[in-house]
Design a protein. Sequence first.
Length: 199
Amino acid sequence: MSTSGPLTDFPAPGLRTPTRYITGHNEQGNADFLQQDLGDHLAPMLGGAAAQSIIYSCKGNPVQITDNVDLEFAKNNRPAVHVPNGVCVRMIDFAPGTESNLHRALTLGIGTVCEGEIELTLSNDRSRNRVLRPGDVCINRCAMHRWRNASADKPARMLFVMLDVEPVVVNGKTLGFDMGDLMKEYAEYDEGEGPGKAA
């Protein structure tokens, strides 16, 4: 990943400080705001090329929210790229000029641009690309791709919802994880999950 960064923390300088509001029920059983913060597991990524906040994660779907089981899981477990059989919602700030390597996660990745402009490329030769602007959404269904902050002087932000998928077969071949250098930025998967998942 290339960058003109580095970012040392989340949020990136020059971007609005986001607030996560978590609702639920108080001790009297009334709807209430339970948390207001920046998210969990805030961290720079790839030497400052980006920075992340985990907005939400849970270990299963349907989601177990009774007794705030989901919130305890999210607080105590830094997720890998995604949570097998669960959900991971990750906000990433990209330093000016940042570009990822071409990569694939075996997930349904729903990415929304919040601030700035992000170029999404699906090929090494850049013949298949689009520029996404605030409010634009990419539904990535296990395609190889790369992200690039289109601005050389302003940071950009995206919000990703990552969902697990069944094994994916394209032209008779089962696809695998291909994350390159990005994989080292995420928590490790349990044996038999993520890149080690049996087809």
